[in-house]
Design a protein around this ligand. Structure first.
Ligand SMILES: NC(=O)c1ccc[n+]([C@@H]2O[C@H](COP(=O)([O-])OP(=O)(O)OC[C@H]3O[C@@H](n4cnc5c(N)ncnc54)[C@H](O)[C@@H]3O)[C@@H](O)[C@H]2O)c1
Length: 340
């Protein structure tokens, strides 16, 4: 049995607790959150025996094998480094880290301690994207040539759902997903990026963050791509994300639209929305959907010793490329991407 301690009793910590409770080879051992009352309530809801407000104390006292790091985007590094030093394996929420120093700090700590780590870049488990990857790899349609990726959030995410938007970016929150998925599908790494940014909408609402990034990406294997990430899609959009991908290959084209899959449309007296059943759903009380599959896969691979489907190096390279995008948007020129 792999005993898990979760750091971060927020929205996404719940996804981790659900899997560690259900998985035959996992058990939740502890929850840690800076907010003690929140951690207590989380523990009660998810049948977790130990509660902490300091991850260092938790690492000292809790008899666990692995840590799930589900703190805000900017708050992964110290916990990951301490977990590695304590000899714990870890599943880190995306993005791995948001500065160059943090990326290298985590990589070095994990390598030195010889522990295993994966970043939860879960769109590799998203059925249309996973199938697209298989189609590209089959070679039937020839080499990938160019691609577009749009992944945005409805405004509500920045105004109501997240309390730490100003300390992250739509690039860290969603761009990490779109870039990792695109890198994986085209089978290459960005070597050069040129990006522009727009701001004003969020600032008018008192939130000091960039609204939108448009990034042009050149890959090592010659693929060229454009990526759009924005916090400001109007709330009337039927799905919380506007989520579209298209890829042109030598002899074929793939189109994915995850924004409005029409699998389940729910209407009330004001609006209609598309329920995100592919991401998460419950069937007779069991957690289903690709958001749970990635966490489940981490437990499976930890249990059987096989390689994770997302390497730490891939996740580190996503963060380094996003840093290149941020720099390019700031200086108004193309930027060469650093790679591990
Ligand atoms: N895989 C996905 O698609 C997905 C979806 C949503 C969120 N996430 C990621 O999960 C992470 C958490 O997001 P969330 O929506 O749950 O945020 P949240 O704000 O709902 O929860 C974060 C929790 O972490 C706690 N926290 C912060 N610093 C801490 C520390 N040093 N020690 C202990 N607790 C601490 C906060 O008190 C808060 O309760 C982020 O990195 C986010 O990008 C991933």
């Amino acid at each position: 049995m792999i005993k898990f301690a979760i750091v971060g009793a927020g929205l996404w910590g719940e996804s981790h607790a659900a899997v560690y409770n259900e998985h035959p080879h996992a058990a939740p051992a502890a929850i840690c959150d800076l907010d003690g009352a929140k951690a207590q309530a989380f523990a009660k809801r998810n049948a977790i025996p130990e509660v902490y407000t300091d991850y260092r104390e938790m690492l000292e006292k809790c008899d666990c094998d692995a840590i799930a790091i589900v703190t805000p985007d900017f708050a992964h590094t110290d916990i990951a480094v301490a977990a590695a030093q304590a000899g714990k394996h870890m599943l880190i929420e995306k993005p791995l880290a948001t500065t160059r120093e943090d990326v290298f700090g985590i990589m070095e700590a994990v390598e030195k301690a010889g522990v295993r780590a994966m970043v939860d870049l879960h769109n590799r488990w998203n059925p249309p994207f996973n199938t697209a990857k298989q189609l590209v790899e089959s070679g039937v349609y020839g080499k990938p040539l160019h691609a577009h990726f749009r992944l945005t959030d409805n405004l509500w995410v920045a105004t109501d759902m997240l309390s730490w938007v100003e300390r992250s970016s739509i690039l860290w929150f969603l761009g990490s997903h779109s870039l990792d998925t695109m890198n994986w599908i085209v089978g290459s790494c960005p070597v050069e990026v040129f990006a522009v940014q727009n701001e004003g909408r969020l600032k008018s609402l008192g939130i000091n963050a960039v609204d939108t990034y448009m990034s042009t990406i050149r890959y090592q294997n010659g693929v060229i791509a454009q990526m759009e990430n924005s916090w400001i899609t109007p709330n009337g959009n039927p799905c919380v994300n506007d989520f579209k991908f298209y890829l042109v290959m030598e002899n074929g084209k793939l189109d994915i639209d995850c924004s409005n899959p029409h699998l389940l449309l729910v209407s009330d007296q004001e609006r209609m929305f598309s329920a995100d059943v592919l991401v998460k759903n419950h069937v007779f009380g069991k957690a289903k959907g690709f958001a749970y599959e990635s966490i489940r896969s981490f437990v499976d691979k930890l249990h059987n010793g096989e390689e994770f489907h997302v390497s730490l190096k891939d996740a580190a390279n996503v963060s380094l490329a996003l840093l290149g995008i941020i720099k390019s948007a700031k200086i108004g020129r193309p930027v060469e991407v650093e790679r591990i």
